[in-house]
Design a binder for this molecule. Structure first.
Ligand code: SF4
Ligand code: SF4
Length: 375
């Protein structure tokens, strides 16, 4: 039976985090899975370059503690690798590393400097036949997935499975949104990606988390825990319960269950899992989407069609906040965003409501508006 270990982790102080990492890895007997000859890859969430206090990226103290723990076991071949939203180039990632606090002793020397990718075939029967993955992911013997606990405008939550979307290089990510514009298809693709990357271990940074308009524009909430598991679906389900939400309402967990990946029984160890009260605030896009997928049986298709037309959410730009940086246009899978007179314009026609634009806007100038398609 898969096991999820939860530990109260009050702060990002070196002492608290190293203690939490050591106890998490001891509880799950991680040392037994490793040897000094292995290449160990650490996959943080670096959505884009932001200071750690913004609650958008995996905190550097987690990376520093994991690296220290590995080094103390004579493991030296360690790579911290991620493809943020935006370009996957040395220059772009240098800025992300720097802004996210990773260009500091104990981490800097392990940052990935290989910006190539490889095509990796998937399992038979998957809808995606192969994924392009950043090269270090394809070379690693052991992958430690280090997500940040956040809400997400398209997938409701961003935890362990969603964090692996950052193994797809740079601007190939918007292309996946273009290929899988519907949430149900997109989250199934995420599960297929997860089965292709196959993280060995997931350690969730939920010391400070993000609620509301995550993954980039929400509010930081101190939640004071870390969760760890060798089963990423079990960890995601436990984290969702911790958020005060129902795993049955989370699209990627429903997809995982349909694919036979979701463990029906999980052993919870460590400190008690006490659901957050009040529950995490959801993104505006999720709230206004209403009963997406919740209408049963024969009514589902026609009702969804009507709801899609009437209640679909779209991005809206606050022109007074927009600085014309073009990050939204760069990340838009449909290439419909135009920057004119240093302001972004977003027509609803052809918009697939993926909210990549909102996710990438550095000044939170994009909000969610419910409205009729094409108007
Ligand atoms: S990303 Fe935000 S600030 Fe930049 S152009 Fe788009 S809306 Fe404006
Ligand atoms: S405008 Fe925004 S929400 Fe619409 S397709 Fe482009 S990135 Fe997605």
């Amino acid at each position: 039976m898969p096991r999820v270990n939860l530990l109260n982790t009050p702060s990002y102080s070196e002492e608290d985090i190293y203690s939490a990492v050591s106890r998490q890895f001891e509880a799950l007997e991680v040392e037994k899975d490793l040897n000094p000859m292995m290449m160990v890859l650490l996959k943080p969430n670096l959505l884009y370059g932001r200071k750690p206090e913004a609650g958008i990226t995996t905190h550097p103290s987690i990376l520093r503690a994991v690296i220290r723990w590995l080094r103390e076991r004579d493991i030296t071949n360690i790579v911290v690798a991620e493809s943020s939203g935006g370009l996957f180039t040395a220059e772009y990632m240098k800025g992300v590393y720097s802004l996210s606090g990773l260009k500091t002793p104990g981490i800097e020397e392990y940052l990935n400097r290989d910006f190539t990718f490889r095509s990796v075939p998937t399992k038979e029967g998957f809808s995606v036949k192969s994924f392009n993955l950043i090269t270090p992911v394809t070379e690693a013997d052991y992958i430690i997935n280090l997500p940040k606990l956040k809400t997400h405008a398209m997938t409701t939550v961003s935890i362990g499975v969603k964090n692996l979307f950052g193994t797809i290089p740079g601007l190939q990510k918007p292309d996946m949104h273009r290929r899988y514009p519907k949430t149900g298809d997109f989250v199934r693709m995420l599960c297929e990606l997860c089965e292709t990357v196959r993280p060995s271990l997931t350690l969730l940074d939920a010391v400070d988390s993000m609620e509301g308009n995550g993954p980039g524009g929400g509010t930081v909430r101190h939640t004071g825990v870390t969760l760890c598991s060798k089963n990423v679906y079990a960890l995601d389900a436990a984290a969702v319960r911790f958020m005060g939400l129902d795993p049955e309402e989370i699209p990627h967990l429903r997809a995982a269950r349909a694919m036979g990946l979701y463990p029906e029984e999980v052993e919870l160890t460590g400190d008690a899992l006490v659901p957050c009260s009040p529950a995490f605030k959801l993104p505006d896009a999720i709230k206004s989407a209403g009963f997406d997928d919740s209408v049963p049986g024969f009514l589902r298709k026609p009702v969804e069609k009507i709801m899609d037309a009437l209640l679909r959410s779209y991005p809206r730009v606050d022109r007074s906040k927009c600085v014309g940086c073009g990050k939204c246009a760069e990340s838009c899978p449909r290439k419909i965003i135009k920057i004119e007179n240093k302001k972004a314009g977003m027509p609803r026609k052809d918009c697939i409501s993926c909210f990549c634009c909102q996710e990438m806007c550095p000044v939170h100038a994009i909000s969610v508006k419910r409205g009729l398609r094409g108007l």
